[in-house]
Design a protein around this ligand. Structure first.
Ligand code: ATR
Length: 274
């Protein structure tokens, strides 16, 4: 039986085993999928141990090991190089392992699933950490016209924009945004973890209220503070990050097992458990 796992710290909260088992059942396949607490400071040992078993075919990586894992693999996809982090390892043969990132593809899948047209859109990303970095290239590849990164610490947004070296990727901070009038955004994505602590990023109500769609990468049992705020300002089209979570898992699954599972029933199942 093929073995998979997700590594993180903490890891108890992870829904990846449930998601991947449900995907496998869609084709009556059996897989083994465990959650494993990664070793901080010696994460490569965690991966060495797991892949010592020839039945271990792949794994997912979550916080805080996404950069460490990138060092361990023997090859990287172009998307992984751009993201600077990986969330998926695919065993190619006994000693070759490819690092992939599917978070951005997961967001793209969810946006498409919700009939949002990325092509030609103007997108605002809030936050300049790994979560924002991972979605920039996939959004550009889908034809996004302009991506603006707004961050509390402007230098981090600038570093990120410079890394992409693309005139359609811009950087700013909340103060500068508030002082300039801008065209409405088609999509605003909260790529910060602020919602996990019930905080709101410092984005002006004016900018937020004019967006066609507002997305929060975080998902909770109730709408996040950010989405609730957007709704209160009159934004009709809001989404949390559950679809992105299931979407990134679907792309990982596809890399391992060669077919895209159906995300809709899995999303409904997890939603009902929140
Ligand atoms: P990740 O890899 O998950 O993106 P990260 O690298 O720690 O995590 O980055 C978190 C991002 O969220 C950063 O852009 C951070 O802003 P700073 O660079 O100014 O620290 C942003 N962030 C976190 N909490 C925030 C808050 N309450 N308001 C605004 N931005 C916040």
């Amino acid at each position: 039986i093929d073995k998979y796992a997700v590594f993180g710290d903490p890891i108890e909260q992870s829904r990846s085993p449930l998601i991947h088992q449900t995907f496998a059942k869609q084709r009556n396949e059996r897989i083994d999928y465990q959650k494993i607490l990664g070793q901080k400071g010696n994460f490569s040992a965690s991966l060495d141990d797991f892949f010592a078993d020839p039945n271990a075919k792949g794994c997912n990586i979550t916080s805080p090991f996404k950069q460490d894992a990138l060092q361990w693999v023997t090859e990287l996809s172009p998307a992984a190089v751009d993201a600077g982090a990986i969330n998926t390892i695919i065993r190619l043969d006994e000693n070759r392992f490819r690092g992939e990132t599917t978070d951005g593809a997961g967001l793209v899948l969810d946006l498409k699933h919700q009939d949002f047209c990325i092509s030609n859109s103007r997108i605002l990303l809030i936050g300049a950490g790994g979560a924002a970095r991972g979605v920039i290239l996939p959004l550009l590849e889908q034809g996004a016209k302009q991506i603006t990164i707004v961050n509390r610490t402007k230098a981090k947004a600038e570093d990120l924009a410079n890394w992409f070296d693309n005139s359609n990727v811009l950087a700013t901070d909340f103060l500068q945004m508030a002082s300039e009038s801008s065209q409405p955004y088609d999509l605003i994505v909260n790529c910060t973890s602020a919602s996990l602590s019930g905080q709101l990023p410092d984005l002006s109500d004016d900018v937020l209220s004019k967006a066609s769609m507002v997305y929060d990468m975080v998902y909770l049992s109730a709408p996040t503070a950010f989405l609730e705020h957007a709704s209160r300002l009159g934004v009709v089209n809001t989404s949390d990050g559950l679809g992105m979570l299931v979407g990134q898992a679907a792309h990982s699954f596809n890399f391992w097992r060669g077919y895209m599972p159906d995300i809709e029933p899995v999303m409904q199942q997890i939603r009902s458990m929140l």
